[in-house]
Design a protein around this ligand. Structure first.
Ligand SMILES: *[C@@H]1O[C@H](CO)[C@@H](O)[C@H](O)[C@H]1NC(C)=O
Length: 186
């Protein structure tokens, strides 16, 4: 009996200890456009993030970069499918270019973000570069989607690419919100 009570107390204490970073993540995510997605994707990194706004933003940006890289892999694979309509092929070709640009912009952003921490004096300059590049990267995803506009491209490929782009744009939009928040509160 006594062991059960101890175990219960221990578990309660553990859950209190682990929910603290999650509250920080929750409150930071609450101002983003997709708070549920934000909390879900960042909670796995709660122990790394702790209550550190820089670490939070770095993780969100890294998630966005990784998602963009895997999306690039997916779109590149789609482009190699046999039996694509010429217009599908053309749209996918443009998408690969746009998402490649996105990967470049987000890798550069991640490096630039690190400078925000090292060089306090130039914080505003570095953070505004990050904001510009991450925002362009969101445009890349919607440009890819727009390339599939028009009824002629209706079909499984369009549906599949568009849903990937929506998800990618949401992850990147959340990262941008957190970056803006970090910039404002600095
Ligand atoms: C993104 O991918 C890199 C390289 O695979 C990995 O080291 C990093 O932890 C990933 N970022 C997140 C937030 O999972």
């Amino acid at each position: 009996m006594a062991t059960n009570v101890l175990l219960f107390l221990l578990l309660t204490l553990l859950s209190i200890a682990t929910s603290t970073p999650t509250n920080f993540i929750k409150s930071s995510c609450s101002t983003t456009s997709y708070p549920t997605l934000c909390v879900e994707s960042l909670s796995a990194y709660a122990t790394t993030i702790q209550q550190d706004p820089h670490q939070l933003v770095q993780t969100a940006l890294s998630l966005s970069l990784n998602k963009t890289q895997s999306t690039k892999g997916f779109v590149t694979k789609c482009k190699k499918f046999k039996g694509l309509k010429p217009r599908e092929y053309a749209a996918l070709h443009d998408c690969v270019e746009e998402i490649t640009d996105s990967v470049d912009r987000l890798s550069r952003s991640l490096k630039e973000l690190k400078l925000c921490k090292i060089n306090g004096q130039d914080f505003n300059w570095h953070i505004s570069n990050v904001q510009t590049w991450v925002s362009s990267s969101m445009t890349d995803a919607s440009t890819c989607s727009d390339g599939f506009g028009g009824k002629a491209l209706d079909g499984r490929m369009k549906t599949s690419i568009r849903s990937r782009m929506v998800n990618l744009a949401q992850v990147t939009s959340n990262a941008l919100s957190l970056i803006n928040q970090y910039g404002t509160n600095h």
